[in-house]
Design a protein around this ligand. Structure first.
Ligand code: ADP
Ligand code: ASP
Ligand code: MG
Length: 405
């Protein structure tokens, strides 16, 4: 019989207390059978990473980036040692592995690195002898042997990449919901669990605000054809399968609805309508790591001037305002800023072959008197920018309109 390799990942809430550490240790043990090798990735106990980040802010708003990663990655070390310690107390052969001990190699900038390789030789030896390795998510080391982190919620990607380098048969993401839902169950009580979802749909949903899976991890899973199961560590229930194969017959046009909050909108009125202007506006933003999301340029009526609207995260608003006002390369008549906005998106591959979806979305929102600020679309999603206060109402009416209730 072929030996099966399984990678499990536990998120912050799943390991959020000593009781939870004990509970996940039991889950890990339940996978330990004959001809099965298990490895687990853990993220930090919930709240720990946020607390560490707060500490850096108390020192400086410009905290050294290498030290930042060294600090904020410590939560994972604590969680892994606790789980391995519990497994040992249960008489199991287990140990923790920190990223540098394998190592998990990363490339790119601090706080936002990507895993490029994971050395698995020692892990495999350990597992072949019945050991259960508990490995830190979120962290890695770069070519200078400095600790790095791979972006918030990065343990999802750590698990996918470990599954890749171990050539695992299964990768199970244990979290605090029992799967991927049609929309965030905390925002809409009528959300339904999705049995199977395509990588592309999951990628759109997570990039558009469904925090259940981190976008990079879904991208890594798609590139490496790794099937993901999302499950609850709290209740024993069938989860959601994310992969690239066709869904079981379904006439669902929209698979899910995602939302973000705390977006901000900037409109620059009366900028010159000539080549290079958009680039001149966005270059300083890019240089200063401001992430620009939706961009709309109005048709210029007189062919001389136009208006450009774009959205960013509210946290970046002050910085962006300063960058635009100090930008000597652009001239404009007026500039306006709006905060407290939210982006609601409907996602589904069924959209490609079904006409009239845009109309149905706009009409459903109009009936609830929800004003749309900006619209963007792609082949499998439509996003609209609305006021934060309308999020719940908008999600509920779209959930109903597209028969997800
Ligand atoms: P973990 O700590 O396990 O990584 P996260 O907090 O990152 O967990 O992700 C789980 C949370 O994602 C859930 O508690 C849920 O509120 C939220 N969420 C947002 N959108 C969805 C969705 N479409 N389906 C399921 N959960 C969602
Ligand atoms: N602990 C890290 C974070 O809070 C990574 C993770 O949870 O996946 O972002
Ligand atoms: Mg997460």
């Amino acid at each position: 019989m072929k030996t099966k390799t399984i990678v499990l990942k536990f998120g912050g809430t799943s390991v959020g207390s000593i009781e939870r550490i004990k509970a996940v240790s039991k889950i890990i043990l339940s996978y330990k059978k004959k001809n099965t090798r298990v490895a687990a990735i853990s993220s930090a106990m919930s709240g720990v990473t946020n607390d560490l980040i707060k500490k850096t802010k108390l020192i400086s708003n410009n905290f050294d980036s290498a030290e930042y990663d060294t600090l904020v990655s410590t939560g994972e070390q604590m969680a892994c040692a606790l789980i391995a310690g519990k497994l040992k107390a249960l008489g199991q052969n287990s140990r923790s592995w920190l990223s540098w001990q394998l190592p998990i190699l990363t490339e790119g900038n601090y706080s936002n690195s990507r895993i490029s390789n994971i050395k698995t030789k020692e892990l495999k030896n350990f597992m072949n002898n019945g050991g259960i390795p508990i490995i830190t998510g979120f962290q890695g080391i770069n070519s200078q042997l400095r600790l790095t982190t791979i972006g918030r919620s990065g343990s999802d990607a750590s698990a996918i990449m470990l599954a890749k380098f171990l050539k695992a048969d299964e990768c199970i993401i244990y979290t605090d919901v029992d799967g991927v839902y049609t929309t965030d169950p905390r925002i809409n009580k009528k959300a339904k669990k999705i049995k199977k979802i395509f990588y592309d749909e999951m990628l759109e949903m997570s990039s558009l605000g469904s925090k259940v899976m981190q976008p990079t991890s879904v991208q890594d899973a798609k590139l490496n054809k790794i099937d993901i199961t999302v499950k609850s560590s709290f209740v024993k229930k069938e989860g959601t399968l994310i992969n690239g194969s066709k869904k079981i017959f379904s006439n669902q046009i929209i698979t899910g609805i995602s939302s973000t909050k705390d977006d901000a909108k900037i409109t620059i009125i009366g900028v010159k309508d000539k080549p290079g202007v958009a680039a001149a506006i966005f270059k300083p933003l890019s240089d200063n790591s401001v992430n620009v999301d939706m961009v709309v340029q109005n048709i210029s009526l007189n062919k001389k001037e136009t208006d450009i609207t774009f959205t960013i995260k509210s946290d970046d608003l002050k910085k962006t305002e300063k960058l635009i006002r100090n930008n000597k390369k652009i001239q404009y008549k007026k500039i306006s800023f709006d905060k407290n906005l939210s982006k609601i998106s409907i996602i589904g591959v069924g959209m490609i072959t079904t006409p009239g979806i845009t109309y149905r979305m706009f009409n459903a929102l109009a009936k609830k008197k929800i004003n749309i600020n900006v619209i963007t679309t792609s082949e499998i999603k439509i996003s609209v920018l609305i006021s934060n206060k309308d999020i719940k109402k908008a999600v509920a009416c779209l959930h109903k309109e597209f028969k997800l209730d």
